[in-house]
Design a protein around this ligand. Structure first.
Ligand SMILES: Cc1cc2nc3c(=O)[nH]c(=O)nc-3n(C[C@H](O)[C@H](O)[C@H](O)COP(=O)(O)OP(=O)(O)OC[C@H]3O[C@@H](n4cnc5c(N)ncnc54)[C@H](O)[C@@H]3O)c2cc1C
Length: 236
């Protein structure tokens, strides 16, 4: 879905974009990362890893976010938001409180996960903590070997621990993932074992592009990638 729909066109959707979920809990995991629990009818939603929902963040604007946990029976699900302070989405989510009602679409989009690979590698940032949380139980259930890499601002570096993520390494967000030479020295490239891994790269578009190029040059892994945000660009 596009991130901005003209007002005249919104009318054509009738009440399809009206509030369908309610906020039941909010928690700040750091000053910039907010977990929000929602309640609604999610009985026929498809929570495939990598799929995202669009949230209506103003009369005409929509942004993509990933469901981190869900409980179909009780109709509740959580989303983990990066409150970066720059956009309509971030500002809307920052203000969300218990009992607020809003529109969230069923998840759809791009798969990130090839189930038959024993080694699973994931790279992301604050925007990707939700998909990592959604993925972890599946990796454990399938007894796969996995490794998460996160580039995070200093203020958010303890969030993976608060989310009970496992096998993760936190890197400072200092443009290291824009440096091909530095990326090629990462432990991922030091053992043969990871040569045929499933590799999921999400988060900042530029970091994803550079990381992907290094992997391609080394002909390493089956790569699934999707940029979640780009400096200076509204909605992706
Ligand atoms: C498939 C998919 C799944 C996603 N899942 C999540 C999720 O679970 N949680 C989550 O927080 N985000 C997620 N995102 C990213 C989120 O949609 C973007 O960050 C979006 O741009 C936020 O909208 P906004 O209105 O806050 O900022 P926009 O209006 O889109 O952008 C305004 C300015 O803010 C900057 N900006 C946008 N995002 C960030 C950021 N994270 N850090 C710093 N600057 C930023 C832009 O570059 C731009 O300059 C996902 C994106 C995709 C495509």
């Amino acid at each position: 879905m596009i991130s901005n729909i003209p007002k005249w066109m919104i009318g054509l959707f009738g009440n399809k974009l009206s509030p369908n979920v309610k906020v039941v809990e909010t928690t700040f995991l750091s000053p910039q990362v907010k977990k929000v629990s929602f309640q609604g009818d999610v009985s026929d939603w498809d929570f495939t890893i990598g799929y995202a929902s669009v949230i209506r963040v103003s009369e005409t604007e929509f942004r993509n976010y990933t469901v981190a946990h869900y409980d179909k029976e009780n109709g509740v699900f959580d989303i983990i938001f990066h409150i970066h302070g720059n956009g309509a989405g971030s500002k809307f989510i920052e203000g969300l409180k218990v009992s607020d009602e809003l529109f969230i679409s069923p998840p759809r989009g791009k798969k990130l996960y090839e189930t038959n690979k024993q080694q699973q590698f994931f790279f992301g940032d604050e925007t990707s903590l939700g998909v990592a949380c959604a993925w972890l139980p599946l990796l454990k259930k399938n007894q796969q070997q996995f490794q998460f890499y996160f580039e995070l601002d200093e203020i958010n570096k303890s969030v993976p621990e608060r989310l009970a993520l496992e096998n993760y390494t936190v890197f400072p967000k200092n443009n290291s993932f824009r440096n091909e030479k530095w990326i090629s020295t990462l432990p991922l490239f030091q053992t043969q074992e990871w040569n045929t891994a499933n590799i999921a790269l999400v988060g900042n578009v530029k970091s994803v592009q550079v990381f992907r190029k290094v992997l391609k040059d080394k002909k390493q892994g089956s790569i699934y990638s999707q940029g979640y945000w780009l400096e200076g660009k509204k909605g992706l």
